[in-house]
Design a protein. Structure first.
Length: 376
């Protein structure tokens, strides 16, 4: 097997990525995307012009490339031109595509139980791995890189070593999951990696785990477009439906931002449908009840109350918080001329100014607000 020749340009880009501490997968993705751009050009990518860069983006759009793939390639090119080539001016010719925010697919508790029961063998290896993925909400790479020493049965915790973003965290360990892991350990007696691959010195690969999930999904008869990551979505959603605080779920999932965890509120169906004395009542249901204290009653009258408040301020109060000199009335411009302020814009006051007669030099375009028919 011959190794691919590394050009000086690629070697410099690899060195730049090593200086910035980029991961192996990120480096491979950047190299692959720059190679794709070079294949489009037919020559070295550092000689590209802004017009050729525009043609490349247009070609990807016409080919129907997804927003994720489009943006990843643009990020790689921004690094290549901005860091390796020192051509920052090329960045302004690159555009990103807006990625649609889709709701995650979630399995019910019954579907998860059917899936785990249908996990193929041999042994309990894949059932235990998928059980951790759902029972602790771990990512596929985090499950595959677990070690035997990461299971803390005394504190009922799972230690995640260098998860996404290189961050360590603790995950929950349920009693039922601990029983399953002990049965798996007595059967396989793993050393080092909790789920060893082939050879055993290497951990199980996420691709192997994903194949086991796909087989179990087909055997369980699940028709949803579920992936291995769906187990993590289901973990968070089921916790939310069990009235677990969303900030606790954020810590368990290892999310850096609460907004990432908050999107599970849109798929927690039991939370949406739950009825009770302290729950949210749908406005249409409140209107159908016809109660005097219903939420819909207050929603219907809110516009009328706001308008009544504005009319009250217009009749009884001047503009709050500002003083006015009596000999110099406040004015505002209409075209080239100025006229005394016939209204304060917050209160719509209709008091006329005393500096000029109210009827002098008033044309059809100089009417007061009341004469012009301004209403709330």
């Amino acid at each position: 097997m011959t190794e691919e020749r590394v050009t000086p340009l690629r070697q410099r880009m690899i060195e730049d990525m090593n200086i910035r501490g980029l991961g192996d997968k990120t480096q491979k993705a950047h190299i692959r995307n720059v190679k794709h751009f070079a294949a489009f050009l037919g020559r070295s990518p550092d000689t590209a012009t802004p017009e050729e860069l525009r043609s490349y983006q247009l070609k990807m759009t016409e080919d129907g490339v997804s927003a994720s793939t489009f943006n990843v390639r643009i990020i790689s090119l921004r690094f290549f031109f901005g860091v390796t080539c020192g051509r920052d001016e090329m960045k302004r010719f690159m555009q990103f595509h807006r990625k649609p925010r889709k709701l995650p697919v979630v399995l019910s508790v019954e579907e998860v139980a059917d899936l785990l029961a249908a996990v193929p063998g041999p042994g309990l290896k894949y059932r235990a791995a998928l059980g951790i993925s759902y029972g602790a909400g771990l990512r596929a790479s985090e499950v595959c890189h677990l070690k035997v020493t990461d299971i803390d049965s005394d504190r009922m915790l799972i230690h995640v070593d260098e998860g996404k973003g290189g961050r360590d965290r603790k995950a929950m360990l349920s009693p039922n999951l601990l029983v399953l892991l002990r049965e798996y350990w007595r059967e396989s007696r793993p050393e080092g990696w909790l789920f060893p691959g082939k050879p055993k010195i290497n951990p199980l690969s996420p691709r192997q785990l994903n194949r086991a999930f796909t087989s179990a999904k087909h055997m369980a008869g699940i028709q949803k477009a579920a992936t291995l990551h769906t187990l993590r979505h289901s973990f968070a959603t089921h916790l939310l439906e069990a009235n677990t605080d969303v900030r606790v779920i954020q810590v368990l999932l290892g999310h850096a931002k609460l907004t990432t965890t908050a999107r599970y509120t849109q798929v927690a169906t039991k939370t949406i449908r739950r009825s009770g004395p302290n729950s949210v009542c749908a406005p249409l249901s409140s209107a159908a009840k016809g109660g005097s204290n219903s939420e819909m009653h207050s929603l219907v009258g809110i516009t009328d109350r706001v308008c009544d408040r504005i009319r009250h301020l217009a009749r009884h109060q001047p503009h709050p918080g500002r003083s006015r000199r009596p000999d110099r009335p406040r004015t505002f411009s209409i075209g080239r001329s100025k006229t005394p302020a016939a209204s304060s814009f917050r209160g719509l006051s209709t008091r006329a100014s005393t500096s000029r007669p109210p009827t002098s030099r008033r044309g059809p375009h100089r009417k007061t607000f009341r004469e012009a028919g301004v209403r709330c």
